[in-house]
Ligand binder design. Structure first.
Ligand SMILES: Cc1ncc(COP(=O)(O)O)c(C=O)c1O
Length: 501
């Protein structure tokens, strides 16, 4: 029985197959008549049939029925068909162009990408030393200074994900033997410790329980006990728990003892205030794929003059050629540019557009949007009887950690799978000690939209109802609508007051 016939058997009739795949009946009839299902349907068939018809079966059958037509004119050019030799290295399965499904991304990142950013990224490539590109780089740096709220000259996107930004800071600032105080209250503080040790430094760790912010008193104790340490490092927004630490206080404390600071703003930048100059942050890095809502793979960094001096004063050679700040300055720092590495041009076009979108919206409005949708989500989540992991005072609006009730914990992965399969909705799982205990719902960047919040509440409510958790379908949505209505009324009142004044 071929795959098309199998589908008819599974669903009962051609009409039911058409309904399951939301297709015209004529299309299904054509599958049956031609005796195969086109390869592009492979993944969808596997999903809709719950694996009863495997994607690979569709692909193999389609490859036999309708082999790929190679357009090369080998014969005309006298090739002696060496293709057999070449083909022995070819993939064993037939590969078609990749078409990802349309998902709603509400995990801890990456987020959905604004259509304007995607369109910009698909523009023709130009060289990374093209004068037009160089002008764009200058704009990009000025837009980054805006979102970071800094005048730091050395502000640019490092080529690579957030982890590269992190490593960039440690590799440049930590010499072998240096002592660094690292605050850890989740996964990413742990990565900072790794970075210190790999740079040959010694990490002194200030711990806080997962789900709590860093306690400034504990940091001060550690500083007093380690007066030879030169750097304090911490994560502003801990993505693994949804906690925000008080960056302003922690940085001020470090400066009181004449220390430099490294701040991770991967999840905080543009979702919640990050004021580099006002808070006197020395080195900071972020990621393009969170609240900046760009494609993953770029890490905006910013360094104060103090850091530049500190790095220049190092007697030893920086242990990474690629990340050596002194070398990279020739490309990102100066106005006359020299080759350092091939910059990811189209990704940078995208970041330029993503930052422009924030500039057009206004940074404060961007923070406010993240908060507004958090309030609506919170109203809905609480109406379902679920609780937040993190206390309101230091909860991140863009990264919501929701406690999974004990009865649901054995089913948590199945629930996430159902959200993905039935609603095309991705939410995140817990990490480390919180694995299986929390869900992480991100409302970041372009994903911070009312339709996403409402879909998330409906989908989660439906999945919980399916597993017998006592939720009243519709209550969460009503609570979220109520929260939105209250916020809109308040905003309208404030606008009127402003107008009258
Ligand atoms: C707080 C934090 N720091 C660092 C990283 C690492 O970023 P990337 O995955 O882009 O390398 C992440 C990623 O989620 C993060 O959330």
């Amino acid at each position: 029985m071929n795959c098309a016939e199998q589908l008819v058997q599974i669903f009962g009739s051609q009409a039911e197959v058409a309904r399951a795949f939301r297709l015209d009946r004529a299309v299904v009839n054509n599958w049956v008549k031609s005796g195969y299902v086109p390869a592009r349907w492979a993944m969808e068939v596997e999903r809709v049939t719950d694996g009863k018809v495997a994607a690979v079966e569709i692909l193999n059958e389609a490859a036999t029925k309708k082999p790929v037509k190679v357009k090369s004119r080998a014969d005309d050019f006298g090739a002696d068909n060496g293709s057999h030799t070449m083909n022995s290295f070819a993939p064993s399965k037939r590969i078609s162009s990749f078409h990802p499904p349309q998902r709603t991304l509400m995990g801890p990142g990456p987020t959905e990408i604004h259509p304007r950013v995607l369109t910009t990224m698909s523009q023709p490539a130009i060289g990374y030393l093209d004068p037009v590109f160089v002008d764009m780089m200058e704009e990009l740096k000025s837009l980054l200074r805006y979102v970071y709220q800094t005048k730091n000259a050395l502000t640019f996107p490092a080529s690579g994900p957030g982890s590269v930004g992190m490593e960039y800071c440690f590799v440049n600032m930590v010499a072998p033997g240096d002592k660094v105080i690292v605050c850890r209250n989740g996964v990413f503080g742990g990565r900072m410790i790794e970075n210190v040790e790999r740079a040959g430094g010694v990490a002194v760790v200030v711990e806080a329980p997962w789900g709590e912010p860093i306690d400034p008193n504990l940091l001060e104790d550690a500083i007093k006990a380690n007066r030879d340490a030169r750097i304090v490092a911490f994560v502003h927004a801990e993505t693994s728990t949804g906690v925000q630490s008080d960056a302003k206080t922690l940085v001020a404390l470090a400066h009181q003892y004449d220390m430099l600071t490294i701040v991770d703003a991967v999840t905080s930048l543009s979702g919640t205030p990050v004021l580099v100059d006002e808070w006197n942050i020395d080195a900071i890095y972020s990621g393009s794929q969170k609240c900046l809502s760009c494609t993953p793979g770029l890490s905006p960094v910013s360094f104060s003059e103090r850091v530049v001096e500190h790095v220049k004063a190092r007697k030893d050679k920086i242990h990474s050629w690629f990340m050596d700040m002194n070398l990279l300055l020739g490309y990102w720092g100066a106005t006359t540019r020299t080759y350092h590495h091939t910059a990811p041009t189209n990704s940078l076009f995208g970041l330029h557009e993503a930052l422009l979108l924030i500039r057009e919206e206004g940074l404060e409005d961007c923070w406010a949007r993240h908060y507004r949708h958090h309030v609506a989500l919170k109203a809905g989540v609480e109406a379902m009887g679920l609780e937040f992991l993190v206390k309101e005072a230091y909860r991140l609006p863009q990264m919501n950690a929701i406690k999974i009730p004990e009865v649901l914990q054995p089913k948590e992965a199945a629930i996430r799978k159902q959200l993905l399969n039935d609603f095309n909705l991705e939410i995140g799982a817990g990490l480390g000690p919180l694995a299986g205990k929390i869900w992480r719902i991100g409302i970041m960047g372009y994903s911070a939209r009312p339709e996403n919040v409402m879909l998330c509440l409906s989908a989660l409510g439906s999945a919980l109802d399916d597993v017998g958790f006592p939720v009243h379908v519709g209550d969460a949505e009503a609570a979220a609508h109520g929260a939105y209505a209250q916020m809109h009324a308040k905003a309208a009142q404030a606008k009127q007051k402003k107008k009258a004044a």
